[in-house]
Design a protein around this ligand. Structure first.
Ligand code: ADP
Ligand code: MG
Length: 616
């Protein structure tokens, strides 16, 4: 008996929809792309409840004939390609003919469309792939499509949709990506009656400013390159603008947004030496290539694009960016680890034979258990190499030169640290005899040698644990700001803050909407240095952007860390003996003494044996 059957179209469409239509943002993207392909000059998007209730896209493009309007909902129906070889010569955003049938299989769709030369347009109503009605109507030129109740017929998928704020954020992300590809088209995005974006037709620079705020203007550096293989245009941002995670990274190829890890590396390489290796610069980079050089037929959502000769593109991109950065006369600063660095003058001049530190540790040795623990000669030769990631990013620890009071060749340093990844519970040093070394370290004699504590990091750890406990157990007190600072955001981040407001309030921030995409900061958590408020808020926004789960706990940790970092004593602040004792006592009352919450070493013991060796 034959058992293989062709699936009905409605089922096939639903299966395709599983890939093409993941959330309201995917619908917005597909419909916007269709409008662009139709040559629209103005595209308006009207959303209700983050697109869950309805997504309407109105364009003034070329419209469709009554027959085409019907055909458009057939599977693999497209006006954009007709033969296999066309796949290698694609100049439109769509080409699969999958979007409309997929959308219509999982939602209720109404479309009104009219071509310029027609007197009447057509109206089609379709739900779950079934045409409910088709008639002729009066309508303006172009297409007006409304997608209602997405996933109404697939409750499991509807339930899977995230909160309105998250879905709206996904929409604004897609929206920005598309709006950045065609500054000459005007866009309006309206959500529940309020206008989120109103982007006039303009040039690229203005489009970027309209989306990301006028502050970005002075940081934009134009890029331009023309080779046989590709043309590269767009903007990158000045290195000063690069932040830990803050920033907008956009690659486009033939005006289509793409993600490209490899090319991102080329950007990072071009900036290397100009920015902290952990920061990411913002960029808006547009490649134009022969359509035959790329394969966009990889994935229905089409953000990963395969290039031929990727490494050639890599080189061209890197050279282009280096040149642009060079033209702007930006030279690498001498040092990137700004956190508490000593001024350069204080580093002693290079010695002819630099001292190469060589430190040995016993892996399981607990520096705080003074008694009943002796080092055998073999033990003291035991060398533990540093966990790789600890030094890979940062290079040599910032405090190295001070520890050894001399300048070392960077490459000769064999960084070795004690293997105390497992937090150990040390006992409090039994002394109040401390002194401060160069306004940075608290030095205390202990049984096994000399303990050096990084004062800022120690304080960070203390405050971190304090804030975290507070955040878990009680609302944080606020301090009112005398002159509210303004936090200007992109529309996307502005929406995101809404999601954070309850947590932020709990933590002592008070933010009120102040005009378009702007918040006024009326109060900040007590203890938080006023100067850091904006920085922390931006950090938090970025943090939220990159993580979606477990937000509250993580946010508390993050906020505690930011607060601690911002409020901790600085290097170069002179501490009295009592203050040092207090700091050390408090550090040893912490859950963990060895590392800060972001993994930096707080204390180190200079072994007595090691000192002895110097004099042997
Ligand atoms: P694709 O865009 O891949 O061709 P779609 O399912 O998105 O597939 O659209 C099918 C066809 O419907 C398109 O090829 C185009 O001819 C027509 N179409 C869709 N949207 C519009 C629009 N806004 N204006 C004019 N024609 C449209
Ligand atoms: Mg399409």
């Amino acid at each position: 008996m034959d058992i293989i059957r062709l699936l009905p179209d409605s089922v096939a469409n639903q299966i395709a929809a599983g890939e093409v239509v993941q959330r309201p943002a995917s619908v917005v993207k597909e419909l916007m792309e269709n409008s662009i392909d139709a040559g629209a000059k103005h595209i308006q998007i009207i959303l209700k409840n983050a697109g869950k209730t309805s997504i309407q896209v109105i364009d003034d493009g070329k419209g469709m004939s009554p027959q085409d309007a019907r055909m458009a909902f057939e599977r693999h129906a497209t006006s954009k390609i007709s033969a296999a070889q066309d796949l290698f010569n694609i100049h439109t955003l769509g080409f699969r003919g999958e979007a409309l049938p997929s959308i219509a299989s999982v939602a209720e769709v109404e479309i009104k469309t009219r071509q310029a030369h027609e007197e009447l347009g057509s109206f089609i109503c379709i739900a779950a792939s079934e045409i409910k009605s088709q008639e002729l109507v009066n309508t303006s030129q172009g297409t007006n499509i409304i997608v209602k109740n997405l996933f109404y017929n697939i409750p499991a998928r509807r339930k899977f949709l995230k909160s309105d704020t998250t879905e709206l954020r996904n929409i604004t992300t897609e929206f920005s990506r598309i709006a950045l590809t065609c500054p000459h088209i005007a866009f309006t995005l309206i959500h529940n009656g309020s206008t989120i974006y109103q982007l006039p037709a303009s040039n690229l620079r203005q489009r970027i400013i309209h989306i990301f705020g006028k502050n970005i203007n002075s940081k934009l550096i134009p890029i331009q390159c023309e080779t046989e293989l590709t043309q590269i245009t767009g903007f990158i941002c000045s290195p000063q603008q690069a932040r830990k995670t803050y920033g907008e990274q956009f690659f486009f190829v033939n005006n289509r947004f793409m993600k490209h890890q490899f090319f991102h590396k080329a950007v990072m390489e071009a900036y290397s030496g100009l920015i902290n290796p952990e920061s990411i610069p913002s960029y808006f980079i547009y490649f134009t290539v022969a359509p035959s050089d790329i394969d966009i037929n990889i994935h229905p959502t089409k953000t990963e694009i395969k290039f031929q000769n990727e490494s050639d593109f890599f080189q061209i991109l890197m050279a282009t960016l280096k040149e642009a950065l060079g033209k702007f006369n930006i030279t690498p600063p001498l040092d990137f680890d700004t956190e508490g660095q000593l001024p350069y003058q204080s580093i002693s001049p290079k010695q002819s034979t630099p001292y190469v530190p060589h430190i040995t540790y016993k892996a399981g040795y607990n520096p705080f258990h003074y008694h009943n623990q002796t080092l055998s000669p073999e033990d003291s030769d035991f060398e533990v190499s540093a966990p790789k990631q600890t030094y890979e990013k940062k290079g040599v620890p910032a405090n190295w030169d001070i520890l050894f009071d001399g300048v070392q060749e960077e490459k000769t340093i064999q960084a070795t640290i004690p293997n105390i990844i497992e937090p150990i519970k040390p006992t409090v040093p039994n002394t109040s005899c401390h002194f401060q070394l160069k306004g940075r370290y608290i030095v205390t004699p202990v049984q096994s040698g000399l303990m050096l504590i990084d004062q800022k990091r120690a304080h960070e750890r203390i405050l971190y644990e304090k804030y975290l406990t507070e955040l878990h157990t009680q609302k944080k007190n606020s301090q009112k700001t005398l002159f509210p600072e303004l936090l200007e955001l992109s529309a996307e981040d502005f929406l995101l803050i809404e999601e954070l407001l309850p947590d932020l309030e709990y933590l002592g921030f008070e933010l009120n909407v102040f005009g378009k995409n702007c918040y006024a900061i009326h109060a900040t958590p007590a203890d938080l240095s006023y100067n850091h408020t904006k920085e922390i808020l931006i950090e938090l926004i970025e943090y939220y952007k990159n993580t979606e789960r477990n937000i509250r706990n993580k946010a508390q940790e993050r906020i505690a860390l930011s607060l601690a970092k911002a409020s901790a004593i600085h290097y170069d602040s002179t501490l009295t003996c009592e203050e040092m004792t207090l700091l050390v006592d408090q550090l040893f009352a912490c859950e963990t003494q060895n590392f800060t919450a972001d993994g930096k070493t707080i204390l180190h013991i200079l072994q007595y044996e090691e000192v002895n060796n110097w004099f042997s």
